[in-house]
Design a binder for this molecule. Structure first.
Ligand code: ADP
Length: 668
């Protein structure tokens, strides 16, 4: 086995590989870009090398820099993780040329599977069923149209070099074919530098089922059963499970055998995944093989007890696969939910920002959290916006699904928009519980999964009000303790809460809507006037933001994260963001106003709304920045005057660049 390996990746997969390597007694070297100098994977590894600036093409995709890092650190082998260079045959060859072991399949196997057309042709000759279609060399529109007619509409056009759903177009009828092909070619050319296309029968409501395989160079190959990855948005997976629900024993066996056949056909070594598409009649067809670990490998790990990170290390070191197919028996059921920084309400557009607060469920035999970030880290435009993977296991699907709901309810993220509520809605959907799943599930159930944002409930408002008032009392008590002056206003504030007749109006804003909550002070708590009537509320707020509340006699545990006048309330497994508008609160949270206003992330200036000298009110939009296909409005932090505007429309700005010089008005 190796003594030291370099991990040419970042985030949760780098952390994941480090954990397995450590268990096997292998030392690890991390690589990092400037954006990741303080990242978790760097902190976890035994050593680390800087490989370049933040953009992936200058760091994680830079073959020479990675090879040099491996040589300098004395690593014998390189683990590519997934994404980045993991399916790059030239990288695998460069490793070999530098005397380093590439932990993955031989370059020839990567090449054979990297081209969807060539892979389909090879599978056909190896007796693995493929989706009916055309994957020939001729690429003119007439040839594609003739093929589509023969297959029968609707058809799916795919980029031969494709991945990540890029270059895919559904074509319903011949009239739309030429245009779809042209746009698929453009997208494929720009994404892969290769505009060859293939045409396939478009299957209605199919399932995506894939099989994990392991192989060694001594001719041994096994499969580790299947995963159902049908739950997708934008042709990309968000939730996976193993085993695939509802498969008959002979279907399961057929899939496994076809996957092993596919792996053998390309002389595979290490861990790989053979992806199949399954039609409504239960027939399965080869789609592609991913010649690397997959994001969703943990569900296989949970049901087999085998570590998919360990076997490729053994195989790459020349070892033998000691497992026999008949010794592998799946146990129980596992789910994985991918927690992304993205906005389901905006077609799952990736989001960026700083993770001001991060809390995951307690890990144990039934729950696992794979992540590469910690509270305070940023989700940047440079890399994949995945925050964590929640993995759960139990004896059967229904129990595992209950675990998943519980794990999702325990997640708290403040600072970036996430898909947690969406994932919870999927996990709670009766059709999902009934395993009525196919690749159209999310689109079909979208209204139920991505609800319109409504006004905050009384329960949420009561929790928010309680948190604000308890927080204020704690501060008043602390200030009173610190002050020797008996006439200090803090003593007054403290006494004022004991006055039974006193009340106070809290104003919250939820998006555009404003809600006022009147709080009456009682000796042991408060009475809130809410839409549904009066509610008695009391509780204790710990310094870590955990609130133990009693609302009209019902106990409730909630989480509160407060940043200035922004309040995030975690109640009943959902996050609610409220803005507090309150004269008292404003006095407490007097912010830094004026001075520099900087770009929160690299981007392009798309709108400038002010000129130097402009007098502005707090919250007024000053400048709009576009980053990650999203617009970010830079607003005035306070009433004041714009002193300088440093950029014009069309300018590119770096993160931290000063956008606007600002002077806050003297507060009166
Ligand atoms: P990529 O490599 O770009 O991810 P894949 O070939 O793996 O593309 O397909 C991605 C997804 O697109 C599949 O999981 C499935 O949901 C859908 N898909 C692919 N081929 C077909 C098809 N022939 N009919 C219907 N849906 C398909």
């Amino acid at each position: 086995m190796f003594a030291k390996i370099l991990i040419a990746n970042r985030g949760e997969i780098a952390c994941r590989v480090i954990r397995t390597a450590r268990r096997l007694g292998i030392r690890t070297v991390a690589v990092y870009s400037d954006a990741d100098a303080a990242a978790l994977h760097v902190a976890m590894a035994d050593g680390a090398c800087r490989i370049g600036p933040a953009p992936a093409r200058d760091s994680y995709l830079k073959i020479e820099a990675i090879i040099a890092a491996a040589q300098q650190s004395g690593a014998e082998a390189i683990h590519p993780g997934y994404g980045f260079l993991s399916e790059n045959a030239a990288f695998a060859e460069a490793c070999a040329a530098a005397g380093l072991v590439f932990i993955g399949p031989p370059p020839a196997a990567i090449r054979a599977m990297g081209d969807k057309s060539a892979a389909k042709a090879l599978m056909e000759t190896s007796g693995v069923p493929v989706v009916p279609g055309y994957h020939g060399a001729a690429q003119d529109d007439a040839t594609l149209a003739a093929a589509a007619r023969k297959i029968g509409f609707p058809v799916l056009i795919k980029a031969s070099a494709g991945g990540g759903g890029k270059g895919m177009r559904i074509v319903e009828a011949e009239a739309g074919l030429a245009e779809a092909a042209a746009s698929a070619r453009r997208e494929a050319k720009s994404a892969f530098g290769d505009d060859r296309l293939l045409v396939e029968k478009y299957l209605e409501r199919p399932r995506h089922i894939e099989v994990q395989v392991f192989a060694d160079r001594h001719g041994n190959a096994v499969h580790l059963f299947e995963r159902d990855c049908s739950l997708q948005r934008r042709h990309q997976k968000v939730m996976e499970e193993a085993p695939a629900p509802g498969l008959a024993a002979e279907q399961r066996r057929g899939l496994g055998e076809a996957a092993v056949k596919a792996a053998r056909a390309v002389g595979y070594e290490g861990a790989g995944t053979v992806e199949f598409i399954v039609d409504r009649g239960g027939r399965f067809y080869f789609m592609e093989m991913n010649t690397r670990l997959q994001v969703e490998h943990p569900v296989t790990e949970m049901i087999t007890g085998k570590d998919p990170v360990e076997w490729p290390l053994v195989a790459a070191a020349g070892g033998r696969l000691k497992l026999r197919q008949d010794e592998l028996v799946p146990r129980g059921h596992a789910f994985e939910a991918r927690l992304y920084a993205e906005d389901p309400a905006r077609d799952f557009l990736p989001a960026t920002g700083r993770l001001h607060h991060l809390r995951f469920p307690q890990e144990g035999p039934h729950v696992r959290v794979d992540t590469g970030v910690r509270g305070g880290d940023a989700i940047s435009i440079h890399y994949d916006p995945m925050i964590a993977k929640l993995i759960v296991w139990d004896d059967d699907r229904a129990s595992a699904l209950r675990r998943l709901r519980g794990a999702l309810a325990a997640c708290e993220v403040v600072g970036v928009t996430t898909n947690v509520a969406f994932l919870s809605a999927v996990a709670a959907h009766p059709a999902f519980a009934a395993a009525e799943i196919d690749t159209g599930f999310i689109a079909r159930h979208r209204p139920a999964l991505v609800p319109e944002r409504g006004a905050p409930s009384d329960r949420v408002l009561a929790v928010a009000g309680l948190a604000v008032l308890l927080g204020r009392q704690a501060e008043a008590a602390a200030a009173a303790g610190a002050s020797a002056d008996p006439h200090s206003p803090w003593h007054l504030a403290n006494g004022w809460r004991l006055n039974d007749d006193a009340f106070h109006v809290l104003r919250f804003r939820d998006g555009e809507a404003e809600v006022a909550v009147t709080a009456h002070f009682r000796r042991d708590g408060f009475v809130f006037d809410l839409a549904g009537g009066a509610m008695r509320a009391r509780g204790t707020l710990a310094s870590d933001g955990r609130l133990a509340a009693d609302l009209d006699g019902a106990r409730l545990a909630a989480g509160i994260v407060r940043r200035g006048d922004e309040l995030t309330v975690f109640v009943d497994g959902a996050a609610h963001r409220l803005q507090l508008y309150d004269p008292l609160a404003a006095a407490e949270t007097a912010e830094v106003t004026g001075g520099r206003m900087t770009a929160p992330m690299p981007g392009k200036v798309v709108d400038v709304r002010v000129t130097p000298g402009a007098k502005v009110k707090r919250g007024m939009p000053l400048l709009v920045l576009e980053a990650m296909k999203m617009e970010h409005t830079i607003a005035a932090p306070a009433d004041g005057t714009v002193e300088n505007v440093h950029y014009a429309v069309g300018d590119q700005v770096e993160e931290g660049a000063e956008l606007i010089g600002f002077k806050a008005a003297e507060s009166g």
